[in-house]
Design a protein. Structure first.
Length: 106
C-alpha cells in the first residue's frame, strides 16, 4: 500500500507539472486566434464559479437561505458594489434568513 502512495504522489506531480510547463514550451508565439484567446480569458472565471456555486448553496442548513444570499450578492454586484460589501451583506442575509427560518413557524 505504501509503495502505491508514492506512485500516486509522483503521478500527481508529473501531471500538474506538465499542465504548467507544456504551454510554456509548446506555444512560443502570441495567440492570435480570437476564439482561443477568449476561451483562455474566461477559463479562470468559469473554474472559480463551478467551485463556488455549489458551496454557496450548501453552506447553510437550508439551500433556500444560500440561494437568497446568492441572489442578494448578484444584485449588489450588478449595481457595482465591491467584493467586501457584497460578502458582508451576503453573510448578514444568510444569518438573518437562517435565524428566521429556524425560529419562526409559518
Amino acid at each position: 500500500m505504501k509503495e502505491n502512495l508514492y506512485i500516486y504522489i509522483f503521478v500527481a506531480f508529473v501531471v500538474s507539472y506538465l499542465i504548467r510547463v507544456l504551454p510554456l514550451t509548446l506555444i512560443r508565439k502570441p495567440i492570435k486566434n480570437r476564439f482561443i484567446r477568449s476561451f483562455l480569458y474566461y477559463v479562470p472565471y468559469v473554474t472559480l464559479s463551478v467551485m463556488t456555486f455549489p458551496a454557496i448553496l450548501e453552506a447553510t442548513s437550508n439551500q433556500l437561505v444560500g440561494a437568497l444570499a446568492l441572489i442578494c450578492g448578484l444584485v449588489l454586484a450588478f449595481f457595482g458594489a465591491s467584493l467586501f460589501p457584497v460578502a458582508i451583506l451576503c453573510c448578514l442575509v444568510a444569518f438573518v434568513s437562517e435565524y428566521f427560518l429556524l425560529n419562526v413557524n409559518f
